[in-house]
Ligand binder design. Sequence first.
Ligand code: AMP
Ligand code: MN
Ligand code: MN
Ligand code: MN
Length: 285
Amino acid sequence: MSSILNADLHCHSVVSDGTLTPEELAARAAANGVELWALTDHDEIGGQHRAAAAARANGMRYLTGTEISVTFAGETVHIVGLGFDPDDAAISQGLYDTRGGRGKRAQEMSEGLAKVGIHGAYEGALKFVGNPELISRTHFARFLVEQGHCRDTPEVFRKFLTEGKPGYVPHRWATLKDAVHWITAAKGLAVIAHPGRYKFTANEEYALFLEFKAHGGKAIEVVTGSHTPAEFVEYADKALEFDFAASRGSDFHSPDESHCDLGELPPLPGALTPVWELLGDRIQQ
Ligand code: AMP
Ligand code: MN
Ligand code: MN
Ligand code: MN
């Protein structure tokens, strides 16, 4: 399989903070020409068997996936896992524990919004939730847009729910070490999601890459819907510098919200090792 394979290895369903079901995503991915697909719901693998079956029904190859929330150097970092055993008990337990604090955090976010006059946000966000264990900031964002407080979700994240803004609640997620170990112990491969999105200094990013590698991490996302074209180039260089394989994924959440659709990204730069070349035997035909 070459680097021009249409692989989309990052997206979200109603099992986390997307608006489409795994089956709807599979049909949309296939219609857009995706040949190798992974559903990567936040901190959750409950949709994996459905997604694999839907991929098969739509003629796509499939890799299991998830996107784990991690706290590193005081920031939230996302680690994508690919090709792990979806029935592995330890990764299921680790993700269950990671989801654990979301309910209380959501109540506190709602209290923070009430202080600026926005009432009923917890109940309002819940209306958009597909999985009661996975209430996220995205669901609050949909409520704030529905209520006319903001025009779209990017505006929500500029005005609310982020550090220093109303409704922000700091949260401690999984450790980098645990997240990478859950993935690799379940025979999967760990990938740093959208490295260009973190507000790290050069030194902090260097520490993240080295620690991730020391724990057994193997790849970074280079071509992602969360990067600018300039960041495709920047992180292609960093993948080569750190000897990481490269991944590609839209980070699609919703037809109404995502500017980048499934399968619609440039190919990985040819000099890189595509992550799927390291995952040959984990790919479901
Ligand atoms: P949570 O896991 O509850 O902290 O929510 C994180 C989710 O919020 C991410 O996975 C994105 O879907 C969404 N998100 C975070 N920042 C932004 C942003 N600046 N614009 C749009 N969506 C965002
Ligand atoms: Mn999300
Ligand atoms: Mn992410
Ligand atoms: Mn994502």
